[in-house]
Ligand binder design. Structure first.
Ligand code: NAG
Ligand code: NAG
Length: 165
C-alpha cells in the first residue's frame, strides 16, 4: 500500500530508522575463542580431519627471545640450490614422521582442515569456526605458517629456516 501523505511518509521513515538504530546488531566481531581441545568431525563420512594431538596441556604462546635468528622469507624463484634443497629436506622429514605425530605433514594439513570444515565451534555460540571469508583469514593463516615454518626449521636443525613464498 503506497503512503501518499508526505508527513506520514516522514513518520514511517523516522520509525524505520529508529527500529534499525535500536535493534540492528552492533558492527562488532564476536570474540573468537574456540576450544582447541575439542575438535569434532561433524560428518566423518564426508571429511575427517581433526588432527591428532599429544595429551600434554596446550601452553600459551610466548614469543621467542629477540636474540633469536631472523627468518628471512625469499621468493621461491630466487632460492639458491642449497636453500631449495633444505626446504625439500625439511618437507621430506615432516612427511616421514610417524603418521599420528602432531608435526606430521598430514596432521599439519588436518589442523587447517579442522578450522575450515566445522571441526571447532565458537565458544559462546553453536556455530562452527570458519577461517576463510572473514577478517580471520589473514591472522589465522599467518599464525599457522609461523608454526609450520618453526617445525620445518626444527626438523633440519636451522633456527633461521624460512619458508619461501
Ligand atoms: C639434505 O638431506 C641430504 C640427505 O640427508 C643431506 O645429505 C644434505 O646435506 C641435505 N641438504 C641440505 C641443504 O640440508
Ligand atoms: C548445534 O548445531 C548443530 C548443527 O546445526 C545441531 O545438530 C546441534 O543439535 C546443535 N547443538 C545445540 C546444543 O544446540
Amino acid at each position: 500500500m503506497a503512503i501518499r501523505n508526505p508527513d506520514a511518509q516522514a513518520a514511517v521513515a523516522a520509525a524505520a530508522v529508529a527500529v534499525l538504530v535500536l535493534f540492528w546488531p552492533p558492527a562488532r566481531a564476536l570474540p573468537v575463542s574456540p576450544n582447541p581441545n575439542l575438535c569434532v568431525d561433524r560428518n566423518p563420512n564426508v571429511i575427517k580431519c581433526c588432527p591428532s594431538r599429544s595429551n600434554a596441556d596446550i601452553i600459551n604462546f610466548t614469543p621467542p627471545p629477540s636474540s633469536s635468528p631472523l627468518r628471512i622469507r625469499r621468493p621461491a624463484h630466487s632460492l639458491d640450490p642449497a636453500a631449495a634443497q633444505k626446504y625439500a629436506n625439511a618437507t621430506a622429514l615432516m612427511r616421514s614422521l610417524q603418521a599420528d605425530h602432531p608435526w606430521n605433514f598430514i596432521q599439519q594439513s588436518n589442523v587447517h582442515c579442522a578450522y575450515c570444515a566445522g571441526g571447532h565451534l565458537h565458544s559462546s555460540r553453536n556455530i562452527t569456526l570458519e577461517i576463510h571469508f572473514s577478517w580471520l583469514f589473514f591472522p589465522w593463516h599467518r599464525a599457522f605458517l609461523y608454526f609450520y615454518e618453526r617445525i620445518l626449521g626444527k626438523l633440519v636443525g636451522d633456527p633461521s629456516f624460512a619458508l619461501p613464498f
